[in-house]
Structures are given as C-alpha cells and as structure tokens.
Design a protein around this ligand. Structure first.
Ligand SMILES: Nc1ncnc2c1ncn2[C@@H]1O[C@H](COP(=O)(O)OP(=O)(O)OP(=O)(O)O)[C@@H](O)[C@H]1O
Length: 595
C-alpha cells in the first residue's frame, strides 16, 4: 500500500486548485449561500445602527417607546430576515457540499473502474475505501464551512470598516490594526497543524488497509490462533492514530482558544477606548454604541475562519489521495492504438478473438505471462490448464480487462478494442471466479445484477439452466430470500450456481469460468457441465480447469507453463503428446485425484 508523503508548497497549491475546481458542479449554490450570508451581515450592520439610534432616542432624547416604533419595526423585520437568511445560507452550503461529494465519489469510482482491480490491489483495498468514504466526507466542512468562511472573512470586516470609518475613524483604525493579528496567528499554527493532519490521514489509510484485511480473514486468524497477536497489532496502530488525532485536536483547541482570546482582547480594547471617549465626552452615545455592537461582529468571521481552518487542512490532506487516483495514468494511454479509428464496437457480433504478443508482468515482480499469442473461435468450449502459478488466472484477468495496459493486445474480429474502454470488453463477458461475489441482498437481486430488467420468467430460466431453481424453490421466500454478505447462509455449491445463473442471465457472447464445478456434487456437476456445454454451442466458453477429467469434452485445451502457452489441442492429441499436459495427466493419475 502507498500513502502520499506530505505535500510541499507547490503541491498544496495544486491541491487547493483541485479542491476549488471540484466546487464547479455546485458553484451556483455556494455563491448563493455566500450572497445570503453577506446580506445577513449587511442587515446586521443596519440593525446595529437602528438599535443604537432607538436606545439613544429613548435614553438621551427622552423619546417614549411609541416614538421609536419607526425604528423598532424595521429592527424586528431585520431580526426575522436574518434568521431566514442564516438558515437558508447554511442549508445551501450544506447542499452544495453534498452535491460536490457525490460528484467526487462518482468521478473517483469511474476512474477506479477504468484503472481496473489491479490498481486497487496495489494501493490497498482499505486505503482506497478510506479515500472513497472518509476522504470524501472530510471535504464536507471544507465546502460547507471553510470556503464560505473565507468569503465572509473578506466581505464582512470590509463592509463594517466601510461604515465605521465615516462614523468614527478612530474605532475604524483600531479594527484595522487588530484584525491582521488573527490571520497571522492562524498561519503561524497552520504549518504545524498541517503536518500533523497529513500524518493522521496517512495513519488512517494504514489502519483502513489493516482492518479490511484482518476482518476479511477473521476466520483464518481464529483457526490459526492468531487473533490475539493481530488484536495487539491493531491496538498499536489504533494507538498511534489516537496519539496523532489527539495532537491534531490539541492544536485545533489551542488555536481556537488563542483566536478567541485575541478576538476578546481586541473587542475589550475597543470597548475600553470607547468607554474613555464617552466618559470624556469626545464621542456621542449612539456612535459609541454602534461601534460596540459591531466590534464582536467584526472579529466573528475571522474567528470562525480560524475554527474552520481545521476543515481546510483535513480537506487538503484527503484531496491528495483523490488527486493520486484521478491523475493515475490509464495504462494504455500512451499506446499507438489510442488514435486508431477502426476499433471494435460492441454492436458488432463477435466472430473471433485474437490475443497478440500479450505480456503482463505484475508491478514490482518478474512474474506474470509472457508473449502470449492465441486465437479464440466464435463459439466452443476452451479449457485452460496448467500447474499452479503457470499464469491461467493472469491470462483470464487480462481478457477480463483487469489489466487495462494489455487491452491493445486484444483484437475482436481483427479490430483492436477501444483504448481506455474496459467496459466495452467487459460488456461482452460473463465471468464466474472461483469465489464469486454475492451481495447482501435477495437471491433474485443477486442474479438480476446481470440484467436488472429481466422478467421473472427469464430469472427462473437462468436459475433452471444453472441447476439452482430447485433449491431456490425449497427456500421459504424463494427468489426473495435474503442472503448475507458473500452469500452467507448458502453452501459453496449453491453460491456457485447462483453466480452461474447470473452469468447465464447476462447471456454474454463470452463466458469465462474458473473451475465452475469445483464445489458441486457429481449429479449437480453433470447438470452444470451439460448447461455449460449447451451454452458453448452458441457462445465462447473459457474455463480454467484444475481437474483434468472436466476437460475431456473441450473443443480445445490450452496448456500453460511458466507464464507461456506451451501446447494446445484436443484431449486425445495432448494426452499422447509427451508434453506438459501428459505430465499433468500422469501426476493426476498417480495422485489418484483425477481420471
Ligand atoms: N498480484 C500479484 N502480484 C505479483 N505476482 C503475482 C500476482 N498474482 C499472481 N502473481 C504471480 O504470477 C504468476 C501467475 O499467477 P496466476 O495466478 O496467473 O497462476 P495460476 O496458473 O492461475 O495459478 P493457480 O492455478 O494456483 O490459481 C505466479 O508466479 C504468481 O506468483
């Protein structure tokens, strides 16, 4: 797993620009929210003048309450309007943040699907999930609070200065001189807080990966009695994370405290000076009172910006991981095929698939498959066999588009697949891995994943074809039976049949299976084998076979050894040829596991 090192100044600028650019889908709502917030401040200034005037008239001019109603009614209206504007402004900024987050998740998911599963494997599933979930969540306050806060801290103090200077320039000067203290202090603590925030974010990614792996392998850990050791390790990582989080919080609390203190001192300073000036009669009450009312409001946006500064740091830390994903180059971006205008399009029926000189080596390793050239027919049952580690799964992963950089080596009907478009290939493929993924949903919904608008009849037909209908019908709720995550509550064979039904429902021209009958009893195995053979009459079925007795009826057997295709042909031909297949067959006979 990789985490981003602390971004330098230039990278931070890029991250800020990135965050700003992401606000585009909701910029109208954000602007509206800021406009309402600014209106609210203008009303507050007007309200301060009205209140000061009303009190001045009652206390110093001897006016009765009824004589100041022309001031009090607008004041009441202002109070009401301010409450409405404030609520609307907050709702709009929250709505804008929600919109930005959902667009961001969508963008990240689209990019991840283009990068393929190997990217996620390389970077860690936990860390990727952390970016998609926590990372995107961390942006909420950045957009809902920090960004509007930046605008308010520029507009509101400026608006107050504009009205205070003509009213009382001395008070205006005090405001002007004390205001920079707050941003200055913010920048001072910002650098330390930023480093800590970055560290905290990296630790969260490590924790995410660690948790994800351990929770997935909990049963194994229990069986190997390793739960205690792992718990200790998790406790240690959590403790490191706790320490850093506390460090971040300590700085956040300290800076909040210091900002409050600075603002309070500044307001007190203004109040003392106003008090002296009133005492010595160099200032009239109504002006002094307006200044006193506006003083806390002058510092408020700056104080709030200080407390939202934490949201900025969190947003920048989280954005670094998002930028890494979004900037990750699509592996086939540089190939000469990008500009190829004659590409295969999904509307064409598949007549042939050719793989030409396909080499895929896993990152940071020498393992993979080398220089594979293979012609696959339009239909038929093709089995891929070979020793463990010979490259069968890697070849299938390439065909499934999981390693996008090799897509240019795949030709359909003699035409290359569109570069950068894995989905184009995947739309044509039904796939059942050894442990198919079933989701926490009903059996019907799990099968319908392949074709959401399938009718009940189609659903039943696919289940029947996969040998699953009988057991589904014995369940109390049939197709509506809820299954747990990863098919919890079903046997291995039942899960396999549901996955097979899903693949049959998709009715893709290419069906790729990894040892499809591994978990089945012999009767069901025969049933499924028959269904697969029938499917292969009209489509191409590629099967990884570990048990050689299942490949007897294959139209072609491809034998892999050390990442290369060493031989291919029918069962009869290969079993007489003294090659890898012959050795595999003999080894299986001696082991008594096959044949
Ligand atoms: N994620 C990975 N990172 C690095 N090397 C890998 C990775 N996955 C597989 N390999 C290596 O690539 C080679 C081919 O592996 P592959 O899984 O394709 O073999 P296989 O024939 O499917 O094996 P099996 O029958 O045991 O499933 C092996 O040497 C394996 O160690």
């Amino acid at each position: 797993m990789t985490t981003n090192p602390r971004p330098n100044r230039a990278q931070q600028q890029t991250l800020r620009a990135f965050l700003k650019a992401q606000s585009k889908p909701a910029s109208l709502w954000l602007k509206l929210s800021i406009a309402l917030g600014t209106f609210n401040a203008i009303l507050m200034i007007a309200g301060a003048y009205l209140l000061a005037q009303a009190i001045h008239n009652v206390m110093f001019e001897g006016s009765s309450l009824s004589e100041v109603t022309h001031l009090l009614w607008p004041l009441a209206g202002i109070v009401l309007l301010r409450a409405i504007f404030l609520a609307l402004s907050e709702r709009l900024s929250a709505f804008a943040a929600l919109k930005i987050k959902s667009t961001m998740r969508q963008t990240l998911l689209t990019k991840l699907s283009l990068l393929g599963p190997s990217y996620i494997e390389q970077h860690g599933q936990g860390a990727t999930l952390n970016t998609l979930h926590n990372g995107v969540e961390e942006l909420h306050d950045y957009y809902a609070k920090y960004l509007p806060g930046v605008a308010y801290s520029a507009f509101i103090p400026l608006a107050i200065l504009v009205v205070i200077f003509p009213t009382d320039y001395k008070a205006g000067l005090i405001f002007l001189l004390t205001a920079p203290l707050i941003p200055f202090f913010m920048i001072l603590v910002g650098s330390k807080a930023e480093a800590l925030n970055q560290k905290r974010w990296q630790q969260l990614a490590v924790l995410g990966n660690y948790f994800f792996d351990r929770v997935q392998g909990l049963t194994q850990l229990k069986l190997f009695n390793a739960t205690q050791t792992e718990l200790k390790q998790i406790a240690k990582i959590s403790d490191d994370f706790r320490h850093t989080t506390l460090g971040v919080l300590k700085i956040a609390f300290l800076s909040s405290f210091a900002l409050e203190f600075l603002a309070t001192i500044s307001v007190a300073l203004v109040a003392v000076i106003i008090g002296f000036r009133l005492f010595f009669g160099t200032l009239d009450f109504s002006t002094g009172f307006v200044v006193l009312l506006l003083a806390p409001e002058f510092y408020l946006p700056l104080r709030q910006l200080g407390s939202h500064y934490h949201a900025r740091l969190q947003g920048i830390s989280a954005a670094a991981d998002m930028v890494t994903i979004l900037n990750a180059p699509l592996p086939n971006q540089d190939t000469e095929l990008v500009n190829n205008t004659t590409e295969y399009t999904t509307s064409d029926t598949i007549d042939s698939i050719n793989i030409k000189n396909l080499t895929y080596i896993y990152p940071d390793s020498n393992e993979g498959i080398h220089n594979v050239t293979l012609s696959l027919p339009k239909k038929g049952l093709i089995a891929v066999v070979g020793n463990s580690g010979s490259g069968k799964s890697t070849l299938f992963d390439c065909l499934l588009g999981f390693h996008p950089q090799v897509i240019p080596c795949i030709y359909i009907n003699g035409l290359p697949l569109a570069a950068n478009d894995i989905t184009q290939l995947q739309n044509q493929v039904g796939w059942i891995p050894q442990n198919p993924t079933l989701f926490f949903d009903s059996i019907g919904a799990n099968i319908k994943l392949a074709k959401p608008d399938a009718s009940q009849q189609e659903l039943e037909q696919a289940a029947q074809q996969a040998g699953a209908l009988e057991f589904i019908n014995t369940l109390p709720s049939g197709f509506d039976t809820l299954i747990g995550e990863q098919g919890e509550g079903l046997s291995g064979g039942q899960k396999q049949r549901i996955a097979l039904a899903r693949a049959f429902l998709k009715n893709a021209p290419i069906l790729i299976l990894d040892e499809p009958t591994a978990h089945l009893d012999s009767q069901t195995e025969q049933h499924i084998q028959h269904a697969i053979n029938m499917y292969a009459k009209n489509n191409l079925v590629l099967v990884i076979a570990h048990r050689l007795n299942t490949v007897k009826h294959a139209d072609n057997i491809i034998v892999m050894d050390q990442g290369k295709i060493t031989e291919q042909g029918s069962f009869e031909k290969l079993s007489t040829q003294h090659g890898v297949f012959y050795n595999l067959l003999n080894a299986a006979k001696q082991g008594g596991s096959d044949e």
